[in-house]
Design a protein around this ligand. Structure first.
Ligand code: 3PG
Length: 306
């Protein structure tokens, strides 16, 4: 049996070693395809493999058509919006993610970017502090919970809204539950997004929601660019000189930000949230274990398609 690791944005070498150990000790072969750039190389590499481990790599119907032996795809990470689940099911392929494995890394980047922004990119001028400020966590999943833990260390007042998470769970984490999304944005100067990109959430972070944020608003996006209505965000930021946006991946209209909103935004050049050795090891090895477990024993814990 063959397991392909197809990562256009590679894991740290130490994580690849760990994945190799898991796969080979199960008597399987590891095939590595990194920084492949063009889809043709991916289509070629998947032809004879039984399992694929990916990160944000796009696994669409064309890939499933090309992968005749494929039985499992594991997204080493949380968000699986890069995988066509309907096509997977149609091809009888199991899809899994590895929830929680890279969430601390993403949460740490929230604060890495937030401190840089409130200290004016360390340009020598006086900035502000996070202590005592209100932080709203939009969706209280694994990343949101890590963000809450770290925010308390900074001395922030932490609030969370999540219609899928009982408010008792939020309260037990020492966070103030908020029942209504508008209330979160009205209350908090800082809002950190942790919603997945789904039909329901795409473009849901829009003008009407964001305009309610208090003066000195900072929107932090380590989720997906698709959840933002990017044109409406620009419109709001043009109207409100106090509004700032920091995101782990540039929006589609990054050129407009550069032209009109200088000094009030920051975008990582490539999605960096999960780019730590620890996150790569945790998510990569979990993905390898899950692939082997499914191929050997049919264990489908963490399956995300029906
Ligand atoms: C995730 O969904 O797990 C994160 O966004 C990380 O994605 P990446 O593996 O592409 O860095």
């Amino acid at each position: 049996m063959k397991i392909l690791v197809a990562t256009d944005k590679p894991f740290a070498a130490v994580a690849v070693e760990g994945i190799r150990k898991e796969v080979e000790s199960a008597g399987m072969e590891l095939v590595l395809l990194e920084k492949y750039g063009e889809k043709a190389k991916l289509l070629d590499a998947v032809k004879d493999v039984d399992g694929i481990i990916v990160r944000s790599d796009i696994i669409d119907a064309e890939v499933f058509d090309a992968a005749k032996n494929l039985k499992i795809v594991v997204r080493a990470g949380a968000g699986y919006d890069n995988i066509d689940l309907a096509a997977a099911t149609a091809h009888n392929v199991c899809v899994m993610n590895t929830p929680g494995q890279n969430s601390n890394a993403v949460a740490e980047l929230v604060f890495g970017m937030a401190v840089m922004m409130v200290r004016n990119f360390y340009n020598g001028t006086s900035g502000t502090e996070l202590k005592g400020k209100k932080l709203g966590i939009h969706a209280f999943g694994q990343v949101g919970r890590n963000v809450a833990r770290i925010a308390k260390g900074f001395g922030m007042e932490v609030y969370a809204f999540d219609p899928y998470c009982p408010s008792t769970v939020i309260a037990e984490a020492g966070v103030n539950p908020i029942e209504n999304v508008d209330e979160l944005y009205k209350t908090c100067q800082f809002v950190s997004l942790h919603i997945p990109a789904t039909d329901e959430t795409k473009k849901s972070i829009n003008y009407n929601l964001l305009k309610q944020m208090p003066k000195g608003a900072v929107l932090i996006n380590t989720a997906r660019k698709e959840v933002i209505d990017e044109e409406e965000l620009v419109k709001l930021m043009e109207e409100r000189a106090d509004f700032k946006y920091i995101s782990d991946i540039a929006p589609s209209n990054a050129a407009t930000f550069a032209e009109k909103l200088e000094g009030r935004y920051f975008f990582t050049p490539k999605k960096m949230g999960a780019q730590t050795a620890e996150a790569n090891i945790n998510a990569g090895i979990a993905a390898a274990k899950q692939s082997v477990g499914y191929l050997k024993d049919g264990i489908d814990k963490f399956r995300v398609n029906k």
